[in-house]
Every structure is written in C-alpha cells, then in structure tokens.
Design a protein around this ligand. Structure first.
Ligand SMILES: Nc1ncnc2c1ncn2[C@@H]1O[C@H](COP(=O)(O)OP(=O)(O)OP(=O)(O)O)[C@@H](O)[C@H]1O
Ligand SMILES: [Mg+2]
Length: 283
C-alpha cells in the first residue's frame, strides 16, 4: 500500500509509515493544539516530494499561514510563486482568483478542482483548515458535507487532511460530523499539568493500518515545528499526580507518622529491651 509521509517522522511511525494514498484524514482537537501546524507539515512534505499541493484556510488569512510556515523554515511563498502550491483563502473576503467569497461547500469543491487543474496532473495533497467552518451555522449538515467532499474529490487523486474543531453542538445534538466519514482521525489534545500547558496526539482511527494506540506528548518548537516527545505511558511526569495533590498527600502522611511515632518508638525500645534480655539470658 502506498503511504504518504505526514512530514512529521514520529507521527509516520505511529501509522505504519504514513497516510494511505487517497485517504481523507480528520485532525480534531481544541484550539491551539497543533492542527494547523500539523497540516502545514503535511503540505511542506508534499512540496518536498513533488506533490501538487492545495491549502484551504478558513481560520487564518493566507498571509498568516505563509508566516507560520516560514517560522519553521518552510518557504510557502516560493512554492506559491513557482506554481507548486495554491493557498485558497476563505477568510478575508479577497477578490483574487484563489479566494472563496463564502463558506459554501460547493464553492469550496469547485475551487479546489479549479486549483488542481491549474497546478497540473499528478499525486495531490489537500488541506482544508477547517472543514467544520463550512457547517458552523448548520451542524446537522456536517456528515453530508464531509461525504460530498470525499466523494467528489476522490476522483482527483487527492490525499486529504481536514481539521475539525470540537463543538458541543456537532457531537451532542447531531452526532459526529466528519469523524465517521473520515478514513482516519488524528486527535489533538491539551491538558495543564503543574501549571504547564501540554499537548498530546492520539491516533483514534486509521483504516487499513496497524496504528499506535498510545497517546504521545507533542510540542511546537520555533524553527522546527511539531515534535513528538514520546508516548505518555513511558513518561513519569504524565502519569504521576499533579504536584499540589502529591504535596498534600506527603504532608498528610508526615502528620500521621508524627502522631504514631511516639507509640512506634515506645514499642521499638520495648522490643529492643526484650531482645537484649533474651540475648543476655542465652549467654
Ligand atoms: N514559532 C513557534 N514557536 C513555538 N510555538 C509556536 C510557534 N508558532 C506557533 N506555536 C504554538 O502553536 C500554537 C498554535 O498551533 P495551531 O495553530 O496548530 O493550533 P490549532 O490546533 O490549529 O488551533 P485552532 O483550532 O485555534 O486553529 C500556538 O498557540 C503556539 O503555542
Ligand atoms: Mg488552526
């Protein structure tokens, strides 16, 4: 099976080498957990190996995506100029050829096909960041829209990464949106531990793939991008109790010991006395 590297080697090894060609993978998670940065890696890897690349942005402007990529040494600007990459801006209401005038799912799909035709033949990568923006005001349409995107674009040799924010409305009232349609789910998470923000990634689903079941801690490093620190199970600080809690337990133990100590000391000296007596009686 042909697999496409995600551009993050440690995430590739969690999914048997990469995303199977033609898959639609959903990256879900809370704000600031790394979905956009992961998507940028996926596109940069595509540019590196000569894939046709399209990035649709609804959350940030085209310039913001270019600036974020350049912080990790990924020259999206040059790729745009060289006609290897198209960034479709659905946020700024731009009037240029590669902008969406509204968050309309048909307009999106048509624009992506137009971009693919402009970039030429060959294996292609598409990011839609975020796809959930297209059903913000109509969450009941999440599944239908996801299916539409997958079905239409399947004919165009795309391997697709879409991001999806967790909205209570989409998961509670209307069932999941893109999750059942997607061939894979990469779940990004965040927790505050000892007052420090920590980010994690978990492969929740990857069809036809013996994938890792372990949550891995990740971080974002300036100049480099997304880095996997290691599986949580092996990292002591992730499984131990928060410091305030463990401090309280230690304090309570000490208090208890103090209360018991006189008794223990008494018993010890008594038994020591006894053994001395026994010993002396033997000799
Ligand atoms: N140059 C950098 N150096 C270090 N950390 C960075 C750098 N750029 C971004 N980050 C970190 O990455 C975070 C943004 O991650 P990202 O944009 O991928 O989140 P996201 O999951 O897409 O969130 P949202 O759902 O809000 O779009 C920032 O909040 C910051 O913590
Ligand atoms: Mg984002």
């Amino acid at each position: 099976m042909e697999r496409l590297s995600t551009g993050v080697p440690d995430i590739d090894s969690m999914i048997a080498g990469g995303i199977p060609r033609g898959f639609l993978v959903a990256c879900t998670g809370e704000p600031g957990t790394g979905k956009t940065i992961f998507s940028i890696h996926f596109i940069w890897e595509g540019l590196r190996v000569g894939d046709v690349c399209i990035f649709v942005t609804t959350e940030e402007s085209r310039d913001s995506i270019i600036a974020q990529a350049s912080q990790f040494g990924f020259d999206f600007k040059k790729a745009l100029e060289d006609g290897k990459l198209i960034v479709i801006d659905a946020l700024m209401g731009l009037e240029d050829r590669w902008a969406l005038r509204s968050l309309d799912i048909e307009e999106l799909v048509n624009k992506v096909i137009e971009a693919k035709k402009a970039l030429g033949y060959g294996r292609a990568r598409l990011v839609v960041d975020s796809l959930s923006a297209f059903w913000l005001d109509k969450p009941a349409m999440a599944r239908k829209y996801s299916y539409f995107v997958k079905k239409v674009l399947a004919k165009w040799d795309f391997t697709i990464v879409v991001t999806s924010q967790y909205a209570i409305t989409t998961s509670d009232a209307f069932g999941f949106g893109v999750e059942h349609i997607a061939d894979g789910i990469i779940r990004f998470r965040r927790f505050v531990r000892n007052g420090v923000l920590r980010r994690y990634v978990l492969i929740e689903k990857m069809r036809q793939t013996p994938h890792s079941l372990l949550m891995h801690e990740i971080t974002v490093v300036d100049g480099k991008g997304l880095i996997v620190l290691g599986p949580v199970r092996e990292r002591k600080e992730d499984v131990t109790l928060p410091k305030q809690v463990s401090d309280r337990i230690v304090a309570a133990q000490k208090k208890k010991e103090k209360e018991l100590l006189p008794n223990i000391e008494n018993k010890r000296s008594k038994s020591q006395g006894n053994s001395h007596v026994q010993k002396s009686s033997k000799t």
